[in-house]
Write a protein that binds this ligand. Structure first.
Ligand code: A3P
Length: 345
């Protein structure tokens, strides 16, 4: 009898304990949505450039609140009005480079309470049809944000598209431009891998990287191959420099962002005049993925999609050597122009 009572008591305690833990987790998850109960934005007006040190840490969770609900379609128009939410043109754009780590950079910057990302690549400036729709169309593509926050978008095609610098200049001549680069040969192979995967998905055959990257007639590097051309960073940058001074660019080391993201992100925070808010807590290494993943708080964390971090096909070492030799002088010029040196071979 006594034993039965003890078992019953243990069972009750277990249920109560589970309920308590469950409620605690639920509460933590809801912290980000507390703003929905308040008529005024609690961090509004405290986050301008004059009071940068006053950003409450809660802002990180806050961002997962109303803005998140709005994106899911759960926030009402009234809440948006009360919270003063607006769709702002970007103050900074990640203009490239394709396969440099543009998605990782955008997602990681979005950890910052003062940054709001445009989730999709908008392709406004590189696509004539979109560009013809006008700047209001572009603005309407932007996420809702608080006036003190900055919107960032990324469209890697901007970096290599001829018309883009002038078009961005016309929108905002003092915009900040972020370029994330990787060792050029690795980037070219990553670029090839993405296209290859697309072909395989459609059951199509494709050439080997070696065949595309090296001209079979001359045995020299095939500069007509897009993956090669995109990696000649200096050529593209020079076009941009006709419109923007170098001070308006910040170069992110995409190889370092993979292995050691925090210092790279801290440099970007500085460039964007944002107070340092992204910390090691927000980034954790996921051994299964082999990459750093993002932690918003103890409940919300995420890794990038599986399409980021593909296994590259093996490439003939002589082709790699040839490509590296080819990129070398362009890299030197790139270091010289940007003032940032990389240990690329
Ligand atoms: P690979 O697929 O070649 O490894 P982009 O977003 O510009 O297309 O860049 C994709 C690259 O981002 C990937 O190239 C990957 O190496 C890199 N990357 C950087 N940080 C990453 C992260 N935390 N998770 C996944 N991929 C990351």
């Amino acid at each position: 009898m006594l034993f039965k009572q003890q078992a019953l008591l243990r069972q009750k305690l277990f249920v109560l304990g589970s309920l308590a833990i469950g409620s605690l987790l639920y509460l933590v998850a809801r912290v980000g949505s507390l703003d929905r109960l308040q008529p005024l934005c609690p961090i509004d007006g405290r986050f301008g450039p004059h009071s940068q040190d006053e950003i409450p840490m809660r802002a990180l969770q806050f961002k997962r609140g109303l803005l998140h609900e709005f994106r899911k379609g759960n926030a009402t128009k009234e809440q948006i009005r009360l919270h003063n939410l607006v769709q702002q043109l970007p103050k900074a754009i990640i203009i490239g480079v394709r396969k440099g780590g543009t998605r990782a950079l955008l997602e990681m910057l979005n950890l910052h309470p003062a940054v709001v990302k445009a989730s999709q690549e908008i392709h406004f400036f590189d696509n004539d049809e979109n560009y013809a729709k006008g700047i209001e169309w572009y603005r309407k593509k932007m996420p809702f944000s608080y006036p003190h926050q900055i919107t960032i978008e990324k469209s890697p095609a901007y970096f290599i598209t001829e018309e883009v610098p002038e078009r961005i200049y016309k929108m905002n001549s003092s915009i900040k431009l972020l370029i994330i680069v990787r060792e050029p040969t690795t980037r070219a192979i990553s670029d090839y891998t993405q296209v290859l995967e697309g072909k395989e998905r459609k059951n199509k055959t494709y050439y080997k990287f070696e065949k595309l990257a090296i001209d079979p007639n001359t045995c020299e590097v095939n500069t007509k191959y897009k993956a090669v051309r995109t990696s000649i960073y200096t050529k593209h940058l020079e076009r941009w420099l006709k419109y923007f001074p170098i001070e308006q660019f910040h170069i992110v080391d995409g190889d370092r962002l993979i292995t050691e993201p925090l210092p790279e992100l801290q440099l970007v925070e500085k460039f964007l005049n944002l107070p340092p808010r992204i910390s090691q807590y927000n980034l954790y290494f996921n051994a299964t993925r082999g990459f750093y993943c993002l932690r918003f708080n103890i409940v919300f964390n995420k890794c990038l999609a599986g399409s980021k971090g593909r296994i590259h096909p093996e490439v003939d070492t002589s082709v790699i050597t040839k490509l590296r030799k080819f990129f070398h002088p362009f890299n030197q010029k790139f270091y010289q122009i940007t003032g940032r040196t990389f240990n690329w071979p």
